[in-house]
Design a protein around this ligand. Structure first.
Ligand SMILES: *Cc1c(COP(=O)(O)O)cnc(C)c1O
Length: 709
């Protein structure tokens, strides 16, 4: 019996006892997110009370806790709904009860996956963006493959910031409290029913943490939480906000995640065979693993070598600023006690976090530390692997760039999570019911060529229409909340389900170059309003301290009163997993304009591909290996130190493609109203990219290239 599973069962039973008896099944489903990627799972929860489902942000526990008595008793007497939810439970249980597949580890010695953020569902706000979405997709795919994997993270009481844009386009941040008792989570307790706690010395403080468990299918996710009576306010603040600004607190988070995470596993009698660090945030895990091997005499080196044999590391950031560094003295004071317990000098540890260990002035970098203390490391796309080898070559001065020990595993997305229902049904019909089990085989996708154009186009039209309905509602509400005039707000009703819809949604960092859309304002106005119109949906958050990122949105807002814009261009506030699902399902074209070579991978475009969307992107990140000349459109991926000239060139080419290739192909329809060439391109995109960019292929690569070595 795995730690915390009884606690989750008890929570489900307690919830069931407050529901009409026939609805007990809902309470059992609610405490494992496996329903979220069942084809009917989200709908059976929504259909209990569709309006409340929106209000509770699709949180299944809240939906059941807050549903009206009248609504619940109606549901309890609705045989059709009860039959559907019973079918969901049957499928979920069949999946959870399959025997484990050992794969790269074993049930006795599982893989322990460490990540500072997890984005597995919109109702569980412990993620910021791509890194978390990837971690969530990995957990789900590991569950689908019945891999023995447990996950470790932090339970942030205020999550990541929420975004509100004002009517001048400036971003404001706010935080919302998370009450874990209203999440599908339970405190892990011991046999006596007391919470299991661990303790980590951070600086001068003894920080105590308790452990929550939530289930992502077959994968238990354990989340450390410093909200304990033993802790003072500052210690409790360690698990307040994801990517907290204050550096001391941030380092304390990393200590708690890495060192505390390993201790938590030990306290729950889980002994991992592989510790997988998703980014450098959890890198201190190696210290704790080494501690067990250390005699207390002499150098820590041999003990770290033993720890290294278990540890693998994935780096995600080719942008230097994304690789956290801290002044040596700061790390020293945080680590002091840990080093003291180990019997080594903190400076021995700090040296491992420097590119040049002897360079006293060099700060401590978590990426360098993780690279030095793991046996295998990888970037997240082929090109990113090359960039990472070059970027970290100085750590291996004797090696040629190509021999730097960093490989790559290109990211992939969990297909059933991102697939719209209409597209899912279409693929079931044409690829065979069990196609998801064979999704990494190119032969599985071959029948895409035979899907009648009419059917494929009908699905695209339906998914676009669903998105536009969402946008019409969201854009009006966002604009009213910005205190815009009513006519401007209501102009969002002009968004049109039959107009070519392009999406640009991602973190607002300057290297993502939203500004390319603003390079030639008159041309942008022409493109949007032409007789082959394009509507543009934008979303994304800037880092709270990144004023340059924030000013990109301001630049965009300066165009908002241009003729025709109000009903064709919308900036949607507060980009998150739920909004991403709407956008990637509905958009016809997904645009990504990173400055090469700074895009590690990108995954939102893959989500869009699975739904029959087409990519128009710079040949960087995953698209550099995905594009084949006919399955989308590309901008050159060359590196140019003259950023101004490159931006001008790329903006020109972007508009040229939209005007001369994308829009004409979309709007050139035959007698039957179907744009034949567009549909051909979708088929090609699905057939070539479907087998390559799902999470299944990613996990197979991890097994072969990283875990298995
Ligand atoms: C998939 C996803 C991302 C990743 O976006 P990229 O810019 O393509 O890397 C970020 N945020 C959310 C909410 C996502 O769902």
């Amino acid at each position: 019996m795995q730690a915390g599973s009884r606690d989750l069962e008890r929570a489900a039973e307690a919830l069931a006892s407050r529901l009409p008896e026939p609805l007990g099944v809902y309470a059992r489903l609610a405490y494992n997110y496996r329903w979220a990627w069942d084809p009917d799972g989200p709908d059976v929860f929504r259909d209990l009370d569709p309006e409340r489902w929106e209000k509770v942000a699709e949180n299944p526990v809240k939906q059941l806790q807050e549903a009206s008595t009248a609504g619940l008793s109606a549901a309890a007497q609705n045989p059709e709904l009860l039959a559907r939810v019973a079918a969901v439970e049957e499928r979920v249980n069949a999946d959870l009860n399959r025997p484990p597949h050992d794969g790269p580890a074993s049930t006795e010695r599982p893989i322990a996956y460490f990540s500072a953020e997890y984005g597995f569902h919109g109702s569980f706000p412990i993620y910021s963006g791509g890194l978390g979405a990837l971690a969530g997709d990995i957990l789900k795919e590991a569950s689908d493959r019945a891999w023995p994997l447990v996950a470790v993270g932090l339970l942030y009481r205020h999550g990541y910031f929420r975004q509100r844009i004002d009517n001048r386009g400036w971003q404001h941040e706010y935080w919302v409290d998370t009450d874990p008792d209203r999440l599908p989570a339970a405190l892990v307790t011991d046999d006596a029913g007391k919470p299991i706690t661990i303790c980590v010395h951070i600086g001068t403080e003894e920080v105590v943490a308790q452990i929550w468990r939530t289930n992502v299918g077959r994968v238990p996710l354990y989340l450390l939480d410093a909200e304990r009576p033993e802790n003072n306010e500052s210690a409790r603040w360690i698990t307040s906000r994801l990517y907290i600004g204050d550096e001391d607190t941030r380092l304390a988070q990393y200590m708690l995640l890495g060192i505390g995470g390993v201790r938590a596993l030990e306290a729950m009698a889980i002994e991992p065979s592989i510790v997988h660090l998703n980014e450098g945030h959890a890198a201190f895990a190696s210290l704790e693993l080494a501690k067990r091997e250390y005699s207390g005499q002499g150098s820590l080196g041999p003990a770290l070598d033993v720890a290294r044999q278990r540890t693998v590391f994935t780096t995600h950031t080719p942008v230097p600023a994304g690789n956290d560094t801290y002044p040596a003295h700061q790390v020293e004071s945080v680590l002091e006690h840990m080093a003291g317990t180990l019997g080594v000098n903190a400076s021995e540890v700090i040296r491992l976090g420097r590119t040049n260990p002897e360079e006293e002035a060099e700060p401590f970098g978590v990426t360098q530390f993780a690279l030095r203390t793991s046996r295998a490391a990888n970037g997240v796309a082929r090109r990113h692997g090359e960039v990472a080898r070059e970027m970290w070559n100085a750590m291996w001065p004797d090696k040629a760039v190509d021999d730097v020990p960093i490989t790559h595993v290109t990211n992939g997305v969990h297909i059933p999570t991102w697939l719209g229902r209409p597209m899912w049904a279409l693929l079931n019909q044409h690829l065979g019911e069990d196609w998801l089990d064979r999704a990494t085989d190119p032969a599985t996708w071959a029948p895409v060529e035979d899907i009648p154009a009419q059917e494929l186009w009908a699905v695209r039209t339906q998914q676009r229409a669903e998105l536009i309905e969402y946008v019409r509602h969201r854009a009006v509400v966002d604009r009213l909340a910005r205190d815009e005039s009513r006519p401007y707000a209501e102009a969002a009703a002009a968004f049109d389900p039959d107009v070519l819809t392009v999406g640009f949604a991602r973190r607002l960092a300057t290297y993502k170059r939203l500004n390319l859309l603003l390079q030639d304002v008159e041309r942008a106005i022409r493109v949007v309003g032409s007789d082959r119109p394009i509507q543009v949906l934008l979303a994304g958050k800037a880092h709270p301290r990144d004023d340059a990122g924030k000013s990109l949105v301001q630049g965009l807002f300066s165009m908002k009163h241009a003729p025709g814009f109000a009903g064709r261009v919308a900036y949607l506030d507060d980009y998150d997993l739920r909004m991403a699902a709407h956008l990637v399902r509905g958009c016809d074209v997904w645009i990504n304009l990173p400055r090469p070579p700074l895009e590690a991978s990108g995954t939102s475009g893959m989500k869009n591909v699975m739904n029959g969307g087409l990519q128009l992107s710079v040949l960087d990140g995953w698209w550099a290996e995905g594009y084949d000349g006919d399955n989308g459109w590309a901008l050159p991926g060359d590196v140019d130190p003259d950023h101004g000239a490159q931006d001008a060139r790329h903006a020109h080419e972007l508009f040229r493609l939209l005007e001369e290739e994308v829009a004409p192909e979309f709007y050139t329809a035959g007698e039957d109203g179907i744009p034949k060439n567009w549909v051909t391109r979708i088929r090609r995109s699905l057939r070539t990219l479907g087998p390559e960019f799902g999470a299944g292929r990613m996990l197979e690569d991890y097994e072969k290239k990283v875990y298995g070595k």
